[in-house]
Design a protein around this ligand. Structure first.
Ligand code: LMR
Length: 395
């Protein structure tokens, strides 16, 4: 059986690791997978995470099974963080811990397939490459809506809205809550309002992917879009992740939050989600969620986390500014959009040959799509990377 198999597909993000490993240059720069690296090019464990892990070693009473919903305090802290403690949406939502943001998305995808059989999912063009694969694995038909203009670095908002006007009450709209992956281009609050209007008008569902909360402009600032949706719409689903903002990537710490018209509806939706989780993985891994619950539930540790998060955010935004201004001096192409965008990513809009040249001539690794992980830049490599980008943009 195995011998007949064709070559497997190569993951557009994870697949880059092999290419990088085969480049022996000491100057190589990894701007592929979305990991936050500090000024020394390292992705260390956060101090608040270490402190919570020490606390758990001393105080965790048991490792017995929990329910398919995972860690109860983690779930409570998560929806309070998303919507604000005591807010209306906080009170009419329920959260289920999930194995990473990807696990939360797959859970949402299977749930939506059960609740809205035959409905389509509208996804932004471009989007995170795992979105279409994962959604199709649940059996969904996809519609790609125009989102971003690679040539200018601007949103295609009018075209997006024209496309979304074609949604029906069987369909679901997938949006990125902040720090859009791969473009870094987000909606402003007026645009979020227009999106809420079209969803209300068409009766479609909304699924928000929120993987970079706090890495754009701040926790409340980055949550403003989803909070507006929750205020204006009776229902929505949010797949969120702590992989990046707690730097707990391999621990798989995600969550699915269901907002209902009222607390009773949310509890019902929650009850229908538990059997979906049970058939996929039974229950999520505890360690990372227990760490996050401890940090968010302890005033001192939480303050420490917010400081560490601000350090990451400020460094990313400083790298955006420096990359953009260095490029301004030497590239005919206008790269000023890099400084205006938010989160880990931007798209260079260069040709596949340009991507190849970045690798072979300059040892700079971005994904085949031309996506750059800004959080892989530092003061030692940013000018060299800018010069390399300018060189391949000229050709
Ligand atoms: C990314 O887009 O690089 C991250 O979300 C990591 C991943 O799983 O693809």
């Amino acid at each position: 059986m195995f011998a007949q198999l064709p070559d497997p597909p190569v993951d557009p993000i994870l697949g880059l690791a092999q290419l990088l490993a085969s480049d022996s240059s000491p100057d190589k720069v990894d701007l592929g997978i979305g990991i936050y690296n500090d000024e020394n090019g390292q992705a260390p464990v956060l101090d608040c995470v270490k402190a919570a892990e020490r606390w758990l070693v001393e105080n965790q009473p048991s490792k017995r099974y929990l329910s398919s919903a995972g860690h109860p305090e983690y779930n409570d802290h998560t929806r309070a963080l998303l919507f604000g403690e005591g807010s209306d949406a906080h009170q009419r939502s329920r959260t289920i811990q999930a194995p990473g943001g990807t696990g939360a998305l797959r859970l949402a995808s299977d749930l939506i397939r059960r609740l809205r059989p035959g409905g389509r999912i509208f996804v932004p063009g471009p989007t995170w490459p795992n979105h279409p694969v994962l959604l199709k694995a649940s059996g969904h038909e996809l519609v790609v809506y125009p989102y971003y203009d690679l040539a200018t670095g601007a949103l295609r908002f009018d075209e997006m809205m024209a496309c979304l006007a074609g949604m029906t009450s069987a369909d679901t709209l997938l949006v990125h809550g902040c720090c859009h992956n791969p473009t870094g281009a987000d909606l402003d609050l007026d645009q979020w309002g227009t999106v809420a209007d079209i969803v209300a008008k068409t009766g479609s569902g909304v699924l928000v992917d929120l993987a970079y909360l706090g890495l754009g402009d701040g926790i409340d600032e980055d949550a403003a879009g989803i909070r507006l949706l929750a205020e204006r719409l009776p229902e929505m689903i949010v797949a969120s992740s702590y992989s990046k903002n707690f730097a707990v990537y391999r621990e798989r710490v995600g969550a699915l939050t269901l907002v209902g018209a009222n607390a009773t509806d949310a509890a019902l939706a929650h009850a229908h989600t538990l059997p979906v989780a049970r058939t996929l993985y039974s229950m999520p891994p505890d360690h990372g969620a227990a760490v996050v619950a401890r940090v968010l539930g302890d005033a001192d540790m939480r303050r420490g986390w917010e400081i560490e998060l601000r350090t990451m955010r400020d460094r990313i935004n400083a790298m955006r500014a420096r990359l953009s201004s260095r490029l301004a001096g030497q590239s005919a192409r206008d790269y000023s959009f890099i400084a205006r965008q938010r989160g880990m990513f931007t798209m260079l809009g260069i040709t596949p040959e340009g991507v190849e040249q970045l690798r072979s001539d300059h040892h700079v690794y971005v994904t085949n799509s031309g996506r750059v992980n800004i959080a892989g830049l530092n003061n030692n490599n940013v000018d060299r990377v800018a010069d390399a980008i300018a060189a391949v943009s000229r050709d």
